[in-house]
Ligand binder design. Sequence first.
Ligand SMILES: [Zn+2]
Ligand SMILES: [Zn+2]
Length: 447
Amino acid sequence: MPRLRSLKTSNTSDESTSYALRTFQEYNHLPVTGELDDKTVKLMNTPRCGMQDKPTPHGMPLAFSAGNGDWGKKVLTYKISKSSTKVTADTIRSTIASSVAVWTSVADITITEVTGAATADIDIRFEFGAHGDGFPFDGPGGIVTHAWYPPDGRLHFDDAEAWDVGGNGAELFPICAHAVGHILGLGHSNVPGSMMYPWDPATGNPAAVLSPDDLAGIQSSFGTTPDPVTQNLLDANDLQSRPAGLVGKPAVCYMSFQAATKSPAMDMTIAFVEDVYVLVIDDDVGLRRITRTESIFSGIFYNPDAAFTNPKTSYTYFIKGKYVYEFDYNLDPVSRNMITEDFPEDPHAAFARSENEIYIFGATKVWKFDLQTKSVVPGSESLIKDAFRGVPDDIDAAIYDKPNTVYFFKELSYYVYDLETNSVTEGGPEYDAPATFLQDKCISDDQ
Ligand SMILES: [Zn+2]
Ligand SMILES: [Zn+2]
């Protein structure tokens, strides 16, 4: 059961107040004064998780606490029963999937989403104020989430917070990853910066990176797997949306590329799939590696909408909403820049032919992007069907390849476009992109 902090209201005698304050200060690594001093008040006013902290034996550091209840199984399902009023349902879904993957990628547990009438082990809801479970939310700030330990599965967010993903509001991803930790039986840690630290996870650990403490906690409960990421994407049986009739190929062969780019400096193509994974593709041998996005691109903890590489500098850029993230030729982060104007449409794909020819594609429009000003080149906007004849609307990703070729990806197909003749020279709905680019992993035996 979640409990809200009672420290500020429940004590009547001075002595027990002082004792409670000393306990609170000791737990939170503050100077132990027993007084409501500035540091203590400041921390108490910080947004936090509504779950109770575990009492600390005096003088002892509290490491992770695992084993708060037990699911008794290693395959769980979740369902978003009530989405947020602050962020689109699609963004909520992908963010929650990313949050779940923070834990499932390092421990021997599988958690998948169910929708519709199906019941799930984990029930996720965004609620305002009193919402029927006896633990009313408190409006903006203060308590931002609460959850129940196994095997209950209730996970609630205070929808009065200014929830946001990759923007300026309350960053949902790290807070959700924290709450999923509770769902899996982890209690609070008093190690600042760890995933299970209760205070302001969005600021203290925005990329939801697990600390050694968090890893020890989850792996003590569920154990490790040799290479869970690769295993998940290579096991087609785990894939809910596997098309009927296509069997025997790894799951990754049924995933569209959400964004992709080719880095000449690294001599590889990278493609983003399933919100949290990167495929590293070698031109000659195909799929070389599957890994989590943030293990290659620190700070990018869910999939970008589009990606391109500047042929002149070999710097790679990711577009996520209104942000452009810049990585150098070693794929080390350089900067995160917010563009100052709206794109004509939400970005879907991008490619760069040269430093001055960077194209960004929306659902139906394409426009040029100026790297210096981080803005749309005035007057460059046109319809995809006019500027790139034969290329369909709603493409997912694009890759520029020397000297004049662009690969456009849409669902599981690709189109090869020649920039000299301005025409599609190969490809179309029947061309299987994973089989072509990931090579032997996705080529059927019967072909
Ligand atoms: Zn918590
Ligand atoms: Zn609740």
